[in-house]
Ligand binder design. Structure first.
Ligand SMILES: Nc1ncnc2c1ncn2[C@@H]1O[C@H](COP(=O)(O)OP(=O)(O)OP(=O)(O)O)[C@@H](O)[C@H]1O
Length: 291
C-alpha cells in the first residue's frame, strides 16, 4: 500500500488516500507513464479500392511533438487514425504495414483494440465532451471505454491529475459537478485532452485540435501541448504552419500528387523542414505557395 493524495472533487482540496499501487501519486501529478516511441513502417491505407496512403514510414520519437502537415486530402488524418487502429473502424477501410509501439506491432494479434486505445489516445478536431455529463465524469469516461478499473479514490486522483496536465484544473476545480457542455470551446477541448490523459496514454494523437477554436483558446491549447511534451509523445495534424513551428520538434510533409496515394515528401527536425527544406515541393508548401 502506498500513500497517495486525493483531490476532493467538490472543494478541490487535496487529501490523502491509500492505493494498491507502488507508485506514489502526489495531488496534481504532472507525471504520467514514460512516453513511447511510435514507428510507422510502410503504412498503406485504402477506402474500398481507393488507396489513400502508400508505404509511409515515419518514426515519432518518445516525448517529442511530431507535426503532420500537407494540403487537404493528402491522407494526414487517415495516417493518424492508423496509429491507434481507429482506421479499421470504417467498414470499407483496409490497412497494410506495421505500427510499432516501443518495437511492438500494434496490429499483431496479441494486441487487443483496447490495448492500442489505452496506450495511444486521441483528441479530435471538434471538442466532443459529453455535454450533459459533469466535468468530473467526462474526465473518467475513457476509463470505462478502455476497460480500466479504478476505485473511487483513484478516480479522484486521476481527475485532478488529468485536468492539471491538460491545464484546466484551476479553472474548473470548484465546479467539477457542472456539465462539460457549459465550458467554453477552448475549455471543452482541454477537457477532451484531460479525458484522453486519464487513461495515462504514452502517445497522444491530435487531429487539428485547434481548428474549431478562437485565437486565445488556440494559444491556451498550444501551451498545454508544450507542457505535455516530454511527458507524452504527441502526433498532431495541423494546417497552421505557425502552429507546427511553435509546438513541434519533428515535422512530416505529406503530399498526394495528381490522384496518387499520399506519402511523405520530407520529414525531420521542424526547424530544418521550415528553414532549409530539401525538396522544392516542401519549400513551396511551407512558404504558402500552394495548399
Ligand atoms: N471515411 C472515408 N471514406 C472514404 N474515403 C475517405 C474517408 N475518409 C477520408 N477519405 C478519403 O481519403 C483521402 C485522405 O483523406 P484524409 O482526411 O486522410 O486527408 P487529410 O490530409 O487529413 O485532409 P484534411 O487536411 O482536409 O483533413 C481523401 O481522398 C478522402 O476523401
Amino acid at each position: 500500500m502506498t500513500q497517495v493524495s486525493e483531490a476532493n472533487e467538490t472543494t478541490g482540496r487535496a487529501g490523502t488516500v491509500e492505493m494498491t499501487d507502488t507508485a506514489v501519486l502526489p495531488a496534481a501529478v504532472v507525471d504520467g507513464p514514460a512516453p513511447a516511441t511510435l514507428e510507422a513502417r510502410a503504412v498503406s491505407a485504402w477506402f474500398g479500392s481507393h488507396q489513400v496512403l502508400s508505404q509511409v514510414s515515419l518514426t515519432m520519437p518518445a516525448g517529442e511533438v511530431t507535426a503532420l502537415i500537407g494540403p487537404s486530402g493528402c491522407g494526414k488524418s487517415t495516417f493518424l487514425r492508423t496509429l491507434n487502429r481507429m482506421h479499421e473502424l470504417i467498414p470499407s477501410a483496409q490497412f497494410g504495414g506495421e505500427v510499432l509501439f516501443e518495437g511492438e506491432d500494434i496490429y499483431d494479434p496479441s494486441w487487443r483494440l483496447t490495448d492500442a486505445r489505452r496506450r495511444i489516445g486521441m483528441v479530435f478536431q471538434k471538442p466532443n465532451p459529453f455535454p450533459a455529463m459533469s466535468i468530473y465524469d467526462n474526465v473518467v469516461a475513457g476509463l470505462k471505454l478502455t476497460g480500466t478499473k479504478v476505485n473511487r479514490r483513484e478516480k479522484d486522483v486521476l481527475v485532478e491529475e488529468s485536468l492539471t496536465r491538460a491545464g484546466l484544473w484551476k479553472e474548473v476545480r470548484d465546479r467539477l459537478r457542472q456539465p462539460g457542455g457549459a465550458l467554453s470551446g477552448g475549455q471543452q477541448q482541454r477537457l477532451c485532452i484531460a479525458r484522453a490523459l486519464a487513461v495515462r496514454p504514452r502517445v497522444l494523437l491530435m487531429d487539428e485540435p485547434c481548428s474549431a477554436l478562437d485565437p486565445t483558446s488556440t494559444r491556451r491549447v498550444e501551451e498545454t501541448i508544450q507542457d505535455l511534451a516530454g511527458q507524452v509523445t504527441i502526433v498532431i495534424v495541423t494546417h497552421n504552419m505557425q502552429q507546427a513551428a511553435r509546438v513541434s520538434q519533428q515535422c512530416a510533409f505529406f503530399l498526394a500528387e495528381q490522384g496518387t496515394p499520399g506519402g511523405i515528401v520530407e520529414h525531420g527536425a521542424t526547424e530544418a523542414v521550415f528553414n532549409s527544406p530539401q525538396d522544392q515541393r516542401t519549400a513551396d508548401y511551407v512558404a504558402g505557395r500552394f495548399g
